[in-house]
Design a protein around this ligand. Structure first.
Ligand SMILES: NC(=O)C1=CN([C@@H]2O[C@H](COP(=O)(O)OP(=O)(O)OC[C@H]3O[C@@H](n4cnc5c(N)ncnc54)[C@H](O)[C@@H]3O)[C@@H](O)[C@H]2O)[C@@H](O)CC1
Ligand SMILES: Nc1ncnc2c1ncn2[C@@H]1O[C@H](COP(=O)(O)OP(=O)(O)O)[C@@H](O)[C@H]1O
Length: 307
């Protein structure tokens, strides 16, 4: 018997109880709901190559952090670093430079001033914005600049709050972008929803309208593609319900974009590996900190690639 969508939702409604969920990304089905399988991950993930170098695995730019929320920037940068981007650059306020150099010496620094001076940001093939970046005028300017450059973006946390409060910014969102809201951020963006089923239907409509991927985070995270398909990620654990966990996920997804995966694939791989790392750590403890998840992430793809 097929799984029903209701099994993956935290609330109850009459329609989701009769919606089938197929197993596997390429299941032959009319249902838009697909549960990600380990075999899908093995098919998607590419091994690192002989004779490859840092340039092979892309350069990600993480625009994040304010003085008081520099931790979010460091966590997103760590997610990106540990998920294997060839190069990671953090665009953070100067007050975070010492912390960056001490905690993540592999990650490079781009000052806010230099960010605004650069004509195009062509050296970066993935751009993520939002964790701890605030909702200040500077944050609006950072997001506006990326949108002006017509760059697809991974938008999380405060970047989502900015998009929610400014329809011009929302209209500037480029196709192929990825939004990673939790439930509250989603409702700030697209209106209050009474049920998760109705939230999912809005996500399908908006992803199609905007040509983007929406990563709607929860115990089961829904990755909604621009064609309306909903991929359900079942890795993860309540042990991961701690601040900073979403910041790490943003960095991980940026790393997979940098490595050349398409938006949908990067979102699927990122959510799967992030959750799998958390679940594995949760086997021996009741809760895991976000940084531990980031640090565990490089072990997980090895389970799915053949040498
Ligand atoms: N070390 C740091 O500097 C950290 C900074 N952070 C940053 O701080 C900023 C604000 O984050 P906040 O956590 O205050 O704001 P949020 O909008 O993430 O959360 C606001 C409220 O929503 C609730 N909530 C969150 N997820 C929910 C869900 N799935 N279902 C129901 N309720 C949910 C939370 O309990 C919280 O009270 C963001 O930019 C974020 O990136 C956080 O990520 C935590 C770590
Ligand atoms: N109970 C849970 N089961 C599985 N994953 C969880 C659970 N709670 C949180 N997570 C994961 O942790 C992350 C939390 O993200 P978010 O709410 O943005 O956190 P933050 O803003 O604090 O960084 C998401 O990827 C979510 O799927």
């Amino acid at each position: 018997m097929a799984d029903k969508l209701s099994a993956f939702l935290p609330d109850s409604d009459s329609i989701s109880k009769i919606q089938d969920v197929s197993r596997g990304l390429s299941a032959a089905t009319d249902s838009p709901y697909r549960l990600i399988q380990e075999s899908d991950i093995s098919a998607l993930i590419r091994p690192r190559l002989d004779f490859s170098h840092k340039g092979t695995y892309g350069h990600a730019l993480i625009i994040a952090g304010e003085r008081a929320t520099m931790g979010a920037a460091l966590l997103a940068s760590s997610g990106c670093l540990y998920a294997g981007a060839g190069l990671t650059t953090a665009c953070i306020p100067e007050s975070g430079l010492m912390a960056l150099n001490v905690s993540l010496p592999e990650v490079m620094y781009l000052s806010r001033e230099k960010f605004f001076e650069q004509e195009a940001l062509n050296r970066y093939n993935a751009v993520a914005i939002g964790p701890g970046v605030g909702i200040t005028e500077e944050a609006v300017a950072l997001l506006s600049r990326i949108l002006e450059l017509k760059r697809p973006v991974i938008a999380d946390a405060d970047a989502l709050n900015l998009l929610a409060s400014n329809s011009l910014l929302m209209q500037g969102l480029v196709k192929g972008s990825i939004l990673t809201p939790h439930m509250k951020e989603f409702d700030r963006l697209f209106g209050i929803h009474e049920t998760w089923y109705s939230r999912l239907q809005t996500a399908r409509e908006r992803a199609a309208e905007l040509g983007i991927v929406i990563v709607l985070k929860n115990q089961y995270t829904f990755i909604i593609d621009a064609d309306g398909t909903v991929y359900i990620n079942s890795t993860g654990s309540p042990a991961m319900a701690q601040g900073g966990m979403g910041d790490v996920l943003t960095g991980i997804i940026a790393a997979y974009i940098a490595q050349g995966y398409a938006a949908k694939e990067a979102a699927i791989l990122g959510c799967f590996f992030h959750g799998a790392a958390g679940s594995e750590l949760a086997k021996t403890r009741s809760n895991v900190r976000a940084l531990e998840v980031a640090e565990y992430v490089p072990k997980v793809p090895r389970w799915y690639v053949s040498d």
